[in-house]
Every structure is written in C-alpha cells, then in structure tokens.
Design a protein around this ligand. Structure first.
Ligand code: CS2
Length: 494
C-alpha cells in the first residue's frame, strides 16, 4: 500500500514514522481503567499521561473508553484498534504522536450491560470521567442532584441505565455484589471541588435509588473520589485536524485530535486499588488539589469564558481572534490581577498574575483554532465556578468585583442571542429553556435582563442575587455593552 492511503490501526503501525509510534505496544496491556467520556480532551490528556506512565513504569492500566451517547467515535476507534493520534501544535511547529493507551471502547447507550460489567471487573481499579459539567446533573449552586426524568428512570427502575449517575450506581452495585475490590472514581471535569461533587453525586444517587444499606456501606468503605485539576486546551477536532494527522502519519486517523503543547494534571493521591505512575509522566500527586483547582477555574477558565463571550459578541470566531481585539488583553489582565488574584489563596509559590500571563499567551496560540462558541456553550454550568465564586469571595472580603461583573454582563448579553452586529448567536445550554423563559418574563432592558437572570437561583447564589452593588455593576456593564458594543466598552474601560 502506498503512503497516504489506508487507515490507522494495528496493521498500519509499521508504516508510521518512527517518532509517531505509540510508547506502549498496543494490544499488550490489560485493562485497569474505565474512562467515561471519549471526547477530544480525554484523548489528549489522561490517555497521554497514562500511556507515558505505563511506558516508564509498567503496569496493566489499559483504558477502556466509554462513550456515553455518540456512536461515531466508538465505531471509528474500534475500526482503528483503539489507536488515535494527538498533534501538538503551536507557532513553532507541530508533532503528531499515536497513543496506544486504549485497551477497548464501548458505547454505553447501546450496551450498558457491558459498561456495568466493566465497572464490576476486579481488574478495573480506577474510573475516570470527562463527561462535561452538565452530565453530572447537579445544580451548580447547591450541588443537589437534578431530578431529570432520565436520571430518575435510571435510578428508580430496572431499565438499562443511560445517564452518568445511572451507570455509576448500577456499576457500583454490581461491584459491591461481586466484592470486586476498592476503586477510585476520578472526576476530570472543570467542576468546583470535582472530587467532592462526584462523591455527592454518587451518594445522592444511591439514596435516590434506595439501595440496601450494605451497598451504601460498601461504597463508603471501598470507593474514593480524588479531586483533580486538569488542564490542556484541546478544541473539537475539525477536517483540518484530520488532514494534518494524515499528512504527518501517512494514513488516515479519523479520531485525531490537536492540542496545545502545555499540559498539567494535579491529582489527590487516594487510590485504594493502586494507580498508574502518573507522576513519572509529569502529573503532580498531592494531598489537596483545591487551591490548584481554584487557580485554574478562575484564572484560566474564567478568563476563557470572558474571552469567549466578549469575542463572540464582537464577531470573533476563535479565542485567539478574540484576544486580538483592541483592549481585550489588558482588560483580561486586570480581571486576573485585580479580581481573581484577590479572591483566593493560590498554591504555595504560585503567582496568580504570572499564571494569568502564561494563560493569555496560551490563548493566543495561533495554531489552536478554539471556537469562541465552543467555550461559550453551557454557560449556566460554567459561570458559577469560573466567575461567580470569584465575585462571592471578593464581596465576602468587602471588595468590589469590577472585571468579574463585566464577564457576567457579557454572558447575559450573549444569552439574549445577538452579536453586536445583529448576527444570531446560539444558546447551547441545558438551562436554555429556563433562560429564555426568564428573559421573556422581564423587560428587555439592562435592568430587566439582570433581574431576570439573577433570578436563576440554580446559577446565582442568593447572596449574589441580593447584593445590590453586584447587580448595579452588572447592569452598568450591560448598559454599556448594549449601547456601545464590546469594542467601545473595552476602549472606555481599559
Ligand atoms: C474551556 C475548557 O471549553 C471550555 O469551556 O474553557 O475546555 C478549557 O479549554 C480547558 O479547561 C483547558 O484546560
């Protein structure tokens, strides 16, 4: 076969450029991890760390990747023997590497029994998740389980589970019944205190499902929920991503992802059944990931959301394009230096301002075409930990939150669905209906919109909703954005 034809798979390995070949021999490692959520982020993050850990220190930590809903990727990865490539890309150039960490793939929606069986398999000692904020089905403010009909059906009937809470509860019950040994459930999503949130999700789900006391006791004794901070910018793959992988590999890779060079993983080290030697792969194992997580959620994700909403309103397609808007970068620097840095205590020896500078340099990477609309989606699930916690902590310390309230105002203008030039903007959010109904019930003025959206108590905690100064600041920014648009608002503020 000539180079340039064929598809990635075990049979194509010999034809790959040597520098692109996997670090472990695919098909030779046994399963040790189940991962829920096969998206681009997992493939360019945990899969890469796990492969490097196995290459350096051994261990059977092959990952079975589970796609909760979409079938396309499962079919593709199965056809490619679990192989996919990660292209690390920046202005300096790019490198494409095939990853051999996957020991299998499953589709939860069509074969939930296989997923439940895996969760009860004694070889599996770690379960990781990247399912996005909304799949946890928790109210962002209270952390309470949302009684979504699908979740309720999963937890209260015998039907095959299709939601994340349903799969986890059924899997843990099967594991307890099989006495298959302790396991760590590791959230790798950008939730606040993600380990505690996942524990809360499992405990509430067990209660909802009225499982027997001994199963509850088994979970309490045998399951841990390490908190993590995960970081790497990995946009959704595009035709260009696949074309670049093909150019580099000489064969097609329909599961290719592209990512920035930077990567970080901070993990709380509570793994009762053992874990890969992720430390050898560059991860930081710690007692408490909390301050790292706050740093990242506030100084990276909060700033990302700011760039996404302001950029989308100003008609910019990508985050890098948004950063090129006059005055945006200085405003984002002030958001970090004046608001985020004053809102919490960072990890030892970390300067929030330096971290913020590094983040802005990463966002400006011209090779990463991260669409503003992608970062903007699911705002109701993201805003609390990215921006509202910053505001709440500043207010508790008696300070104002000038720049963080601008981000809230930008989100509010964004969810009304029009860019500054009148172009329609999509509202892709699990609370879209609630947001639209709240807006429809109030006058379409800055004060009316603020009133409507602060009333979403699952997003805005009562202490913020009742804070007149915060409301006034948001209304003020919204007035500027409505009257003058993003460009003039930024020019006037910077
Ligand atoms: C982004 C994140 O889409 C988003 O909301 O803010 O996916 C971000 O790229 C990652 O958290 C970076 O680690």
């Amino acid at each position: 076969m000539t180079v340039g034809t064929g598809q990635l798979g075990l049979g194509a390995l010999r034809r790959l450029p040597e520098a692109s070949r996997p670090l472990v021999r695919p098909g030779t490692v046994d399963v040790g991890i189940v991962h829920l959520g096969l998206g681009a982020f997992h493939r360019a993050h945990q899969a890469v760390y796990t492969e490097a850990a196995m290459a350096r220190s051994g261990g059977d930590w092959g990952i079975v990747g589970v796609a909760p809903r979409s079938t396309g990727l499962v079919t593709t990865l199965a056809a490619q023997d679990g192989l996919f490539s990660v292209t690390t890309t920046s202005a300096e150039g790019s490198h494409t590497q095939v990853v051999g960490a996957l020991a299998g793939v499953r589709h939860a929606a069509s074969d939930p029994a296989a997923v439940v069986a895996l969760l009860a398999d004694p070889r599996v000692r770690v379960v990781t998740l990247t399912v996005t904020e909304k799949a946890y089905q928790l109210d962002p403010v209270s952390g309470r389980l949302r009684p979504d009909p699908e979740v309720v059906a999963d937890l209260t009937t015998d039907r095959p589970p299709c939601t994340v809470p349903g799969l986890l509860v059924r899997g843990l019950l099967a594991r307890a019944a099989a006495d298959a040994g302790p396991v760590a459930l590791v959230s790798c999503d950008n939730l606040p205190a993600n380990g505690r949130r996942l524990r809360g999700l499992v405990e509430q789900s067990l209660t909802y499902a009225r499982v027997p006391d001994r199963a509850v006791a088994w979970v309490a004794a045998c399951v841990t929920f390490p908190g993590t901070m995960v970081d790497r910018i990995v946009p959704a793959s595009t035709e260009e991503t696949l074309a670049e992988a093909r150019r580099a590999l000489g064969v097609a890779d329909l599961a290719a992802v592209a990512a920035e060079p930077y990567t970080q993983w901070v993990i709380e080290d509570v793994f009762p059944g053992g874990r890969p030697d992720w430390g050898a792969a560059g991860a930081v194992l710690t007692d408490d990931a909390g301050s790292w997580e706050r740093l990242k959620l506030r100084a990276l994700n909060g700033v990302h959301s700011a760039a996404a909403y302001l950029g989308a309103l100003a008609g910019r397609e990508t985050i890098a394009d948004a950063l090129a808007l006059p005055h945006l970068e200085p405003v984002l620097r002030r958001l970090v230096a004046e608001d985020v840095a004053a809102s919490f205590t960072p990890p030892d020896r970390v300067s929030v301002v330096d971290y913020g500078d590094q983040v802005l340099a990463r966002f400006a990477n011209p090779a990463i075409r991260h669409r503003a609309i992608q970062v903007a989606m699911d705002g109701s699930q993201k805003l609390p930990q990215r921006v509202l916690h910053t505001i709440a902590d500043l207010r508790a310390a008696g300070r104002d939150a000038r720049w963080a309230t601008l981000v809230v105002a930008a989100w509010m203008r964004f969810v009304r669905g029009r860019a500054d030039d009148g172009t329609a903007l999509p509202l892709d959010d699990p609370l879209a209906e609630r947001i639209r109904a709240a807006l429809a019930a109030h006058p379409d003025t800055p004060a009316g919109v603020t009133e409507a959206l602060f009333g979403l108590t699952e997003v805005f905690p009562a202490e913020l909703g009742g804070d007149e100064e915060v409301r006034a600041a948001v209304t003020g920014w919204l007035t500027d954005l409505d009257r003058h648009g993003v460009a003039a608002t930024l020019a006037g503020a910077a």
